[in-house]
Design a protein around this ligand. Structure first.
Ligand SMILES: Nc1nc2c(ncn2[C@@H]2O[C@H](COP(=O)(O)OP(=O)(O)OP(=O)(O)O)[C@@H](O)[C@H]2O)c(=O)[nH]1
Ligand SMILES: [Mg+2]
Length: 422
């Protein structure tokens, strides 16, 4: 609040400028980060407030936005909001909390009848809340199969990754990434823990890790030709496929390669006839290969199929160090789709509700009315008179009168009780 005061201007008018907006909080995808560890050190963030308005109609400066870095592949869920943000490519941003708007200076409130308003609006509080961050791997292809099928062994042959391999189920306890290099292409392959029946519903380790293959473009189903437990490969195949489909429609429709593993453990005649049967069963769209991590049989062929079937530079795209450069336009489109986030915001609520809360006391509820009241200092007579006019304009006074309100009764809005004397 300010009035123009100058020696040669005897009755200067109100000239208080508006306050600045509070700073927004923005999450920014930054490929110098690989994990979410930095949130262990700090998990509360506050953007800067806006500056106060000043005399001579000067606006206060807006508060600076606070940028919080997250690694590529971070999914952000905003508490109490249906919006979800996927930050995949460096530089992508997500506005997660808006700063509050600044209050208007008193120069806005002069009128023919109130030429020297001795009040200004207050700024409103900014948004606040909790975010849930989840880092999902960005791999081009995923290895799936029952525990012990030989997934990690294949990854170790295909790439330089050295995942733990052992002759018992659930050797792999968390996802391992390996990179297949070919000319100047790099293809990231994820090895996830084995899936068992019920994985989609949380059995075994599968459920937690299926999320990591959500963004792949292709799955290699690794199927043991001669399971040590004597189980039937056909039933095993179906178990895994069923869990993928139960987890997510998209996983069910991703392109597949079937890698029949441990071919060295059966005779070549048995291997060849199994190959024939699976080719017949799956048709032309699914390549079927005989592989052995022990003898390297089929490993190069699998690498060729992977490179052929994963579209060039697709989703790993946001991946750090993939050389950037030219990218298939379809890849961009697919990324755009993933990165798209929906933000649903209710329109400012005009609706309010009036209720009698006691003798000569009324309560008014409604978001719009509450925000309005938060704007003014109700112990300031000028501000109160202004608020009254606004409430009248919104139809609140009429609604109060219809409910039996008489001048001088108490009105409570947003927990603040005051006497209204319209
Ligand atoms: N003979 C033979 N044994 C293999 C081959 N591939 C894997 N194995 C063995 O099979 C066992 C399981 O292999 P892993 O690669 O750990 O299997 P996995 O699918 O990663 O298993 P989980 O991580 O438990 O899901 C190990 O004892 C491997 O040595 C193969 O091609 N030939
Ligand atoms: Mg493994």
């Amino acid at each position: 609040m300010s009035f123009r005061r100058e020696a040669h201007v005897p009755k200067g008018g109100p000239d208080g400028g508006d306050g600045g907006r509070g700073g927004d909080i923005v999450m920014v995808c930054d490929d110098s980060y690989r994990d979410l560890e930095h949130f262990r050190r700090q998990s509360h963030f506050r953007a800067r407030r806006g500056a106060h308005g000043q005399g001579s109609g000067r606006h206060g400066a807006d508060g600076q936005a606070l940028e919080i870095p997250v690694p590529p592949g971070t999914e952000i869920l905003v508490e109490g909001d249906s919006s979800r943000h996927d930050l995949l490519r460096p530089g992508q941003r997500a506005l997660v909390a808006r700063g509050g708007s600044g209050g208007r200076g008193n120069r806005h409130f002069s009128s023919a009848t109130h030429q020297s308003p001795r009040f200004a609006q207050r700024g409103l509080a900014g948004e606040e809340g909790w975010l849930t961050l989840a880092l999902k791997l960005l791999a081009d292809a995923g290895l799936v199969g029952l525990p012990n099928a030989g997934k990690s062994s294949l990854l170790a042959r295909l790439t330089r990754a050295a995942p733990k391999v052992a002759a018992y189920p659930f050797t792999t306890l968390e996802p391992v990434l390996g990179t297949l290099h070919h000319d100047d292409r790099q293809l990231v392959i994820a090895d996830i823990p084995g899936l068992i029946a019920g994985a989609a519903a949380g059995a075994g380790l599968g459920h937690d890790f299926l999320a990591h293959i959500e963004r792949t473009r292709l799955l290699v189903h690794v199927l043991d030709l001669a399971p040590a437990d004597g189980s039937d490969p056909v039933a095993n195949f179906e178990t895994v496929e069923r869990e993928l489909a139960l987890y997510q429609e998209r996983l069910a429709t991703l392109p597949r390669i079937l890698a029949l593993s441990k071919a060295d453990l059966v005779t070549s005649g048995q291997a060849e006839s199994a190959l024939e049967r699976w080719r017949e069963r799956l048709g032309e769209t699914v390549p079927v290969l005989l592989t052995s991590a022990a003898t390297r049989q089929g490993v190069d062929q699998l690498a060729v199929e992977l490179l052929r079937r994963v579209p060039l530079n697709e989703p790993g795209a946001g991946r750090p160090g993939d050389g950037g450069g030219q990218r298939a336009t379809t890849g961009e489109a697919a990324l755009g789709e993933l990165a798209e986030h929906r933000v649903f915001r209710p329109a400012p609520a005009r609706a309010f509700r009036v209720a009698r809360s006691g003798d000569g006391a009324y309560v008014v509820e409604g978001e719009g009315v509450q925000r309005l009241v938060a704007r003014y200092d109700l112990s300031n007579e000028d501000a109160l008179a202004h608020l009254e006019r606004r409430l009248r304009g919104m139809g609140v006074i009429r609604a109060l009168q219809e409910a039996g309100f008489a001048p001088g009764d108490d009105v409570e809005i947003a927990g603040v009780a005051f006497e209204l004397d319209p």
